[in-house]
Design a protein around this ligand. Sequence first.
Ligand code: GLC
Ligand code: CA
Length: 553
Amino acid sequence: MKRIWWKEAVGYQIYPKSFKDTNGDGIGDIKGIVEKLPYLKELGIDFIWICPFYPSPMKDNGYDVADYYGIDPCFGTMEDMEFLLKKADESGIRVIVDMVLNHSSDQHKWFQEALKDPNSKYRDYYMFVQSKERPSNTRSCFGGSVWENVGEDTWYYHTFDKSQPDLNWENPQLREEVYNILNFWIEKGVSGFRFDAITYIKKADSLKSHEPDNTDGLIGVEKTGQNQKGIDKFLREMNRKCLSDPEIMTVAEAPGVPYENLAEFIGEDGYFSMVFDFSYADIDLCGPNWYNQAPWTFGDLKKLLFRSQCSVQTQGWGAVYLENHDQSRSLNKYFREKAAAKDDLHLRFLQGSALAALLMGLRGTVFIYQGEELGSVNGTFNSIEEYDDLNTRDQYQRALRAGFDVAQSLKFANDRSRDNSRMPFPWNEEEHGGFTSGTPWLKCNDDYASICAEKQSQDKNSLLYYYRNLIQVRKDEANRECLIYGEVREIENAVESVIAFERIAENGEKIQIWINMSDEIQKADIIEGELLCNNYSEFNRTSLQPYQAVMVR
Ligand code: GLC
Ligand code: CA
């Protein structure tokens, strides 16, 4: 197994809009990230992945890029970014930036030119079609057709919102533009990229209609727009032109790639260092509609988790995460109605530390999402107007259209809204959690005073301390060969609600991880050895307390 920095690294995802505001406009900024580098250093973070900060009309919070070479004024300036890169480097923290290359914003100058002048070279940077009728019945990820009419029988294609027109990767000139963008940021000093929605860049017969999968007469874009034949040409070319240095870390959002084909993406000569797997993050859903909630058991979760882990390890390297900016908070997702109430801080610690042990025990580069280390939970949103996220608003409408009433539809939004994880970071007990001296762009969760970072950093028994400790355990010379490079093997005779597995180093050394996901005492059969972590003060090899999690070497 090849050794390289990003395999050993613990990463931290920053949603810049919600991390730290330094100028009182209610929006987090790059200076705020600089200010909080010491916090991240103390936590033990090796790299940060910053969600998009480019100039953007913010229809999809920056995932609609209007200029790939700039910084949106609400986040600061290019000088701020250069300063961040310098300061992060001085702290030994690398910076990974988000690249949104399946689509741009409709405000990008390429698209504006393309709209204005059908003969402009930029017309072919996008997917424009002349047609009397809607060219096909494909449904976009955020609802409605992928085709938007711009008059005179002219349509353009968008996988996501209509403000996010898809780039035409078939055009070699467009691809050159993309490679120039990547090389620009590499020269600036970033250590790698997170590629947004990258498996959508190749479309198969986008003009063809198919059997609808719902009453709207449309069929999800997954069928003709995800991981289509021929995508390898684009991804290999991009890798060759920009990403061939193995020190550059790349992580791709790559839905639609079956496990058997993963090696092409993440093997030794793969297009990327690693990809995110959504199988267990989406365990609570059947298909694309949030109102189709899936019933699931811890047995199902283990099946998905270990299928993912075991497939990835035979094919290459993986990325592990329990939260990101598109997901609800993990305490709510994985413990559902058993998730700790906001005022039950002890239970929040137990559940949070159980998930931390899981995250830190799995094989793959670890990604912590901002606030996860504090045990953040979902927000309370009392009406659809309180949400900012366009996806949440669309899903709410879908539920209403499917016949659910307002209360039910709001409940689906509450359970799944991307705004749950996008609420401002709680730094201290001051108003708005010290996130801003102004009015935050999205309200703060109402528990900020009890879980804020300042409070937890003064309490050795806090979840934040637990995370710091676990990160050190993972990096410890004595554990590294197991916890980073070791093979993962499920302990199959564990009871259903106990996630148990071992990590086995090449020299046969072994670490076992046991996590009781239930609120009852459960049987266990833990090896004898040194206890590396435990979220209780007592330890017994044959039983686990509610939510008890241990690692034993
Ligand atoms: C990815 C991003 C998500 C965004 C979408 C469109 O899934 O993670 O936040 O809305 O792509 O760019
Ligand atoms: Ca600001």
